[in-house]
Design a protein around this ligand. Structure first.
Ligand code: CU
Length: 145
């Protein structure tokens, strides 16, 4: 009986390995993150959602585009990437209101800044604090769960 179980286990492992080799279709909306520490590499999903990419751009109004809609609560590496032709910064506060928990210095065009940010469970509001940018659309919400 033990041999049969072992054989079955081996078959399971082989099947699991085969599954792991196949590309997993993205369940929804997450274009993938650059791996922490390697800005410029799109498409490698970070394990456990502890990386949040924020792209500041000016296409049809100022925009913050998130690499994923939700992250794991706890310490998350937040990366601001500025693809616009002017500087942008990043501030984060609870969506329901309250004080900013972090405020990145402005990032120059083409620049990247990342740092660890502790996000407790909940919804967090990200915005550019430079005058007029938030009103022009440079904001987003991420869930920490
Ligand atoms: Cu801005």
């Amino acid at each position: 009986v033990r041999v049969r179980i072992r054989r079955k286990l081996r078959r399971c492992l082989r099947a699991a390995r085969k599954r792991a080799e196949q590309p997993v279709p993205d369940p929804g909306g997450d274009p993938g993150d650059p791996a922490p520490g390697t800005p410029g590499d799109p498409g490698t999903p970070a394990p456990l959602g502890r990386f949040l990419g924020v792209t500041a751009s000016d296409s049809d109004g100022f925009r913050f585009t998130l690499s994923r809609p939700a992250v794991a609560a706890g310490v998350v590496t937040v990366q601001l990437r500025n693809t616009d032709s002017g500087p942008h910064d990043l501030a984060i506060r609870p969506e329901a209101g309250g004080d900013k928990i972090v405020h990145f210095e402005p990032v120059d065009p083409g620049g990247v800044h990342q740092q660890p940010v502790t996000l407790a469970k909940g919804r967090w509001y990200l915005f550019c604090s430079l005058e007029g940018h938030e009103a022009a659309g440079m904001h987003a919400v991420v869930r920490a769960e």
